[in-house]
Every structure is written in structure tokens, then in C-alpha cells.
Design a protein around this ligand. Structure first.
Ligand code: ADP
Ligand code: MG
Length: 429
């Protein structure tokens, strides 16, 4: 249903610094406004390189002035045609545009190998990393290179959620055999964010069979995830072992040199002039992921357009000043910060949090702490268990599951989490 909503939208133009998007139904409007606004804004800014907003409307009788009468056509993303009409691929996500550094060297080399010799190098190729470190970029580069080098090769790139949606739609429509037929006909299947399979038992089952069919008939499978296979919560063991049987390559955050090189590459792609001292300044201050760097560049680009002056160091200092939201978020939080916040917030002693005691007044805060640690740090389940009094990873997994299952039902917990994340200066989503 939601997919249809996205197909129905119509871009009317740009008005007052916002892209105006028309939607037929109130429910569509409300849904997109509530759930998707940030993603739309982010996409609009990344694609155009301008500080654009997004404005959803449900009337074509515009009561504001549309400055661009032509439908807005964000050049950049291509939707692959033919049999695979639903692939959304960015031509910018190519190997040429990917900067290689110590943190991503292995993943990059493996991606090149797989795109050149599908099913002969590493199968499956499983790439994992924290957010914004280049997984989607590499996966799409594999997809494009493989398609370019062999016309007859059937390559399919899809997000795990896209796969899930198609699966559920097929189940509802009673068209499972079409679904199977479609997926099992690919020479190369690339699924992004496979961790979204966690907790989806039925789809895990289907995916397992699809995977086996492809794998056994010598097709290439490429997957990405926010964690290595054995740390994806609620993933069936047989999938863990399938995912781990080829090459598992992690991407670590880029070092300073790589960050500078990435800023330069992105600046060239966007045709913006960024002096060396500015790229050094940004790279020195933003060190968590590449989306942050891109956010800073978008902001600078906006400031420069606004002032009508070239980007310089003073402008970069303004862009990154506190309150800009760039430097502070997403913040790195340590497990110690989380333990301190939990101990203070729930008024439990640290020593009790780390103890074997199982009173509810202690287990609940402990579970919340593990949940926060999983969500906001890059530690593995084992490591989190270690910090929380030497517990094993299944205990941590259970804690996360338990908090997840209560969030929607328990307003109090929801509020607690919001406050705790506020205290730790973390974003809730
Ligand atoms: P992930 O899928 O891991 O969350 P993405 O692939 O979406 O991350 O990357 C976020 C942004 O950073 C993208 O615009 C991507 O092009 C860019 N990026 C990531 N790694 C690199 C790199 N090594 N060189 C150039 N750009 C990169
Ligand atoms: Mg991604």
C-alpha cells in the first residue's frame, strides 16, 4: 500500500525554498508528513545539493507561487528499467567515486572482485558497518559494474524492506510462485540492510529458500547489514551460517586522510569549491560517518548561496558551530555514559546494575541500558554483555527484544527512553 503512495506522488515545483509534492489523499499526506518528511528532505538536499525543504500538499490549486513551472526532475537517481523496474540506483554510487582507505579496503576489494567475477570470488559477500559508512554505495557500485560489464546478466538490487514488502504483497495476493520465480531467476541478488530480516520469521524462511536456490545454482548473493551475521538479533542460526560462509567484510569509520579525500570527491561531484583549509577543518571535526560530512557540505553550500560569497573557513566555523546540529549529532556515547545515566535516572546503584541480582527494580533498568548501548554504540552484543556485568550475548539479545516488545505498549517506558536519550544528547530515531 505504501509503495503505491510513493508511486502516486507528483512534484509540482519549487516554491519558497521547498519542493512542493502533491498527494491525492489526506491519509497519504498525513502519513508522509508524519513518517517520511525527514527522509524526503534529506534526499532532496543530497540530490540537489541545496538546502531545500519539502512541502506536501493535497491540492493542485496552489495558494503559493510556484517558481518552477516544470515538474521538478531530480537528475541523479536512475530507475533501472526493463524487467527490474523497481530498482533505485544512484549513478554517483560508483567505484570511481568511492575513496578507498584502511577502513574499507577489504570491503572495497571484495566488492570489485565480486562485480568482475560473480559467484567465483566470494559468495555470499557480506558487508557490514555502522550507518553512513558506504555499504549502500558499494552495493550499488557492484550492481552497476556487473550490469555494465555483462548485458545479459540479470542483476537485482533491493533493500531488505523492499524484499519484505514484495514478499508480503505476494502472500496477500496469493502469488507466491511468481515471487519465487522472480527472485530465483537472478544471476546476482544484492540485498541492502539485511538486518531488517531480524524478527521476521516467515520472511526468514522464504529468504532461506531463495538464498539456497540461488547459491546452489552458482549465482552471486551480496548482502549488507549494520552488524556481522552472528550479531543480528533474532536471526535464525541457519541463516547466520549461510551468511557467514563466504566473505564477511566490515567497514570501519574513515581516518582523517580518507575523510578529506571524500570531502574533495563529493565537492567535485557537486561542483562546489571547497578550499583545502575548509576540507581539513570539516574532516578534523566530524569523524563519525560520511553523512555528517555531506551534511556539513550541504550546509556550507546553502550558506554560500545565501551570502552570495565563496565558501571559506569563517563560513565553515559558522556551519559547524554548536547548535548547528552537525557537530553534536550523532554523538558518540560510551557505555559508561549510559551506565551513569541509567543509574542516576532509575536511582539504582552501579554495582547492582552489574550484579547478578534479578529483582525487577534492577533488571528493567539494566535491560534499558543494554538496549541503549546496542542502539547508540558500535559495541557487539558480547562486548555489551561484558560491560553489563559479564553477561553473555544471548542475555543482551533477550534484553533488547524485551525492551523492543514493550516500547509500543508501554507509554512510561517510551517516555523513559526519550528522556534518557535526551540526557545523553542522543537522537531518538
Ligand atoms: P551506509 O549504507 O553504510 O549507511 P552509504 O553507502 O549510504 O552508507 O554512504 C553514505 C554516504 O557516504 C553516501 O553518500 C556515500 O556515497 C558516501 N560514502 C561512504 N563511503 C564513501 C567512500 N569511501 N568514498 C566516497 N563516498 C563515500
Ligand atoms: Mg545503506
Amino acid at each position: 500500500m505504501c509503495r503505491k503512495w510513493f508511486e502516486d506522488i507528483d512534484v509540482l515545483g519549487i516554491s519558497n525554498g521547498s519542493i512542493v509534492i502533491y498527494l491525492e489523499e489526506d491519509v497519504q499526506l498525513n502519513y508522509l508528513e508524519r513518517k517520511c518528511k525527514n527522509q524526503f528532505v534529506e534526499a532532496a538536499q543530497i540530490i540537489t545539493g541545496h538546502l531545500l525543504g519539502v512541502h506536501f500538499v493535497n491540492t493542485r490549486e496552489l495558494d503559493f507561487q510556484v517558481t518552477s513551472p516544470q515538474p521538478f526532475n531530480p537528475s541523479g537517481y536512475v530507475i533501472a528499467d526493463g524487467a527490474f523496474g523497481d530498482m533505485l540506483i544512484s549513478p554517483d554510487y560508483s567505484f570511481d567515486n568511492f575513496i578507498v582507505g584502511p577502513g574499507n579496503q577489504l570491503a572495497h576489494a571484495a566488492a570489485i572482485a565480486v562485480s568482475q567475477k560473480p559467484a567465483q570470488a566470494y559468495n555470499p559477500l557480506f558487508i557490514h558497518s555502522g550507518v553512513g559508512l558506504g555499504k549502500t554505495h558499494l552495493l550499488q557500485a557492484i550492481c552497476q559494474t556487473a550490469m555494465q560489464s555483462n548485458d545479459s546478466m540479470k542483476v537485482y538490487y533491493v533493500s531488505c524492506n523492499g524484499f519484505l514488502t514484495q514478499f508480503l504483497e505476494s502472500v496477500q495476493a496469493g502469488e507466491m510462485s511468481d515471487f519465487r520465480h522472480k527472485f530465483r531467476a537472478f544471476d546476482m541478488l544484492i540485498i541492502d540492510d539485511i538486518h531488517d530480516l531480524s524478527n521476521r520469521e516467515q520472511t526468514q524462511e522464504e529468504f532461506f529458500h531463495t538464498f539456497n536456490t540461488l547459491f546452489q545454482s552458482g549465482r552471486q548473493v551480496v548482502l549488507s547489514s549494520d552488524a556481522p551475521p552472528n550479531e543480528i538479533p533474532h536471526l535464525e542460526d541457519r541463516l547466520i551460517s549461510r551468511f557467514s560462509c563466504g566473505l564477511v567484510a566490515g567497514i570501519d569509520p574513515p581516518g582523517f586522510e580518507t575523510r578529506v579525500a571524500i570531502i574533495k570527491k563529493k565537492a567535485a561531484l557537486r561542483h562546489i569549491d571547497i578550499p583545502d583549509e575548509v576540507s581539513n577543518y570539516i574532516a578534523a571535526r566530524l569523524d563519525q560517518n560520511i553523512r555528517q560530512l555531506e551534511g556539513a557540505m550541504t550546509k556550507l553550500q546553502g550558506l554560500s548561496l545565501l551570502d552570495g560569497s565563496p565558501i571559506d573557513l569563517a563560513m565553515a566555523k559558522t556551519a559547524l558551530s554548536s547548535g548547528s546540529g552537525l557537530k553534536d549529532a550523532p554523538k558518540h556515547v560510551s557505555i559508561q555514559d549510559i551506565l551513569d545515566a541509567i543509574s542516576d535516572f532509575y536511582d539504582v546503584k552501579l554495582i547492582d546494575l552489574l550484579s547478578k541480582r534479578r529483582n525487577k527494580s534492577i533488571t528493567m533498568p539494566r535491560q534499558v541500558g543494554m538496549w541503549l548501548a546496542r542502539r547508540h554504540t558500535r559495541f557487539s552484543l558480547e562486548e555489551i554483555g561484558g560491560y553489563f556485568g559479564g553477561r553473555d550475548h544471548t542475555t543482551v539479545m533477550h534484553a533488547i527484544k524485551s525492551v523492543d516488545s514493550k516500547i509500543t505498549l508501554n507509554d512510561q517506558l517510551d517516555q523513559d527512553l526519550t528522556r534518557l536519550q535526551g540526557r545523553l544528547s542522543l537522537d531518538k530515531d
